[in-house]
Design a protein around this ligand. Structure first.
Ligand SMILES: [Ca+2]
Ligand SMILES: [Ca+2]
Ligand SMILES: [Ca+2]
Ligand SMILES: [Ca+2]
Length: 456
């Protein structure tokens, strides 16, 4: 507090001298605005332009309320997907951010178990953008269930009505994200997702993880899944990694052989035991898997950032998902929770160069097995100095964080204010939601059943 007071005094002096740019750069004054405090089991949040209006909407998914039985938590049978529209019409600068109008895209009555990361796409190629909803719970088959799904929800009447279309339901696989691109070379967009069936939570050897392609017909219909690869993980990115005009698939790996990574000598680690991989699109629905990094433990997220360091190079920011509290292998042998940067090398099929961006101890996990850090992340300008920064969910490290890029390309991790216990957070969205010329940061929190915006 003392340091903060001194800093404020200096900030005040500098402001008096007209050094506002420097002031903004060193002390972005974020405050938290919670726009929904009753989003039970809040999971993922994305942004996009769903309606015929100039401002972006937010779309959040939520799992619903958990019950607790003798075997532990009981996952709810149905969750919801909610759209939030800014209540202030028009597109004047500095719009308000605290009032949003809710519309349910998916309601509990629709029976979607664990709606995961929504994807906004014009699936049928007409009218307004639609929403694809991958669903399912990793360990559901162990409970005797097959409730994985991919559905898409057709926007009607300017987003007032949402018509359900099923791609797959009652699947033993859970789906956490989808990609909507042409993956089989017929110029018609398909859905690709990784199906994960993690079996018995205490058995790391029974995991089934496959890349599934649902071929599109261009009118909103999709064929049954064809398996196009083994492994991969929950949260995918579509990107032409090798620049040959064919869209590739970039993925972290969490379930499957990567769990045993510490027991494989480093020289023997391959794409199956890798923390992060990409599936090279060879055309006609064939893919080849390549390792990106093999030493980071179970992977959680990997996303591209154009010009991250200001040198014109697209680099990738990534998180693993580990827990320094667990004293036994394999958990105790994983690298500490960290944010990494990967840069493709001249041979993009060889391992990419890696740098750890976070410092030791930046993401201390609360809890034991089943809890890990960090979570998902995104890049954007967050403090007004022109250098690209990063926002990252602590997940099992119960807060949300921003990593300030400093001169020289190093990063300094800060916790966002008022985010104590804002755990297991989805997002972030980094976007200027209100034409204020500054980016907002949006996270949802499972622990707090909340959807919140950090603004400055
Ligand atoms: Ca296709
Ligand atoms: Ca490619
Ligand atoms: Ca910055
Ligand atoms: Ca703004």
């Amino acid at each position: 507090m003392k340091i903060r007071n001194n800093r404020q005094k200096i900030v005040g002096l500098l402001a008096g001298l007209g050094c506002t740019a420097l002031v903004q750069a060193t002390e972005p004054d974020y405050s938290r605005l919670t726009i929904d405090d009753a989003l039970t089991g809040a999971a993922f949040v994305v942004s996009g332009n769903l309606l015929n209006n100039p401002r972006p909407e937010l779309v959040a998914s939520a799992f619903g309320p958990f019950a607790f039985g003798p075997m532990g938590p009981i996952p709810p049978a149905a969750g919801q997907v909610v759209m939030y529209r800014n209540a202030q019409p028009g597109n004047r600068p500095n719009a308000q951010l605290d009032r949003w109008i809710r519309t349910n895209i998916v309601s509990e009555a629709d029976g979607i178990t664990f709606p995961n990361r929504p994807q906004i796409e014009n699936v049928d190629g007409k009218g307004d953008p639609d929403v694809i909803v991958p669903g399912g719970y990793f360990f559901d088959t162990f409970l005797g269930n097959a409730r994985g799904s991919i559905t898409w929800w057709e926007s009607r009447k300017g987003g007032k009505r949402w018509i359900r279309h099923d791609v797959v339901t009652d699947s033993p696989f859970s789906y956490h994200s989808v990609l909507f691109e042409d993956f089989n070379g017929d110029d018609i967009n398909d859905i690709v997702s990784v199906g994960e069936n993690a079996g018995n939570p205490s058995n790391p050897n029974d995991d089934v993880v496959e890349v599934h392609l649902f071929a599109g017909d261009g009118h909103g219909g999709f064929s049954a899944a064809v398996t196009i690869g083994a492994g991969g993980g929950s949260l995918l990115t579509a990107y032409d990694v090798n620049g040959d005009g064919l869209i590739d698939i970039v993925s972290p790996q969490f379930f499957g052989p990567v769990a045993g990574q510490p027991f494989v000598p480093p020289f023997a680690r391959n794409a199956d035991t890798a923390s992060f991989v990409w599936f090279e699109n060879l055309g006609s629905g064939h893919f080849a898997k390549h390792a990106i990094g093999v030493n980071q433990g179970p992977g959680f997220a990997i996303v591209p950032v154009q010009n991250l360091l200001g040198d014109g190079v697209t680099r990738w920011i990534a998180t693993n998902h580990t827990n320094q509290n667990i004293p036994f292998p394999p958990f105790s042998l994983y690298p500490e929770p960290a944010v990494y940067e990967f840069t493709p090398t001249a041979d993009v099929r060889a391992l990419w160069s890696v740098r750890q961006l976070s410092a030791p101890g930046d993401f201390p996990v609360t809890g034991g097995v089943g809890q890990a850090a960090p979570g998902f992340l995104a890049a954007g300008e967050l403090n007004g100095d022109g250098l690209v920064d990063i926002a990252v969910s602590g997940d099992g490290a119960r807060g949300v964080f921003w990593m300030e890029q400093q001169a020289g390309g190093s990063f300094l991790t800060h916790q966002l204010p008022d985010s104590e216990n804002y755990g297991q957070a989805g997002g972030p969205v980094i976007q200027d939601l209100n034409r204020s010329n500054t980016n907002e940061i949006v996270f949802s929190s499972f622990d707090q059943n909340a959807l919140s915006i950090w603004k400055r």
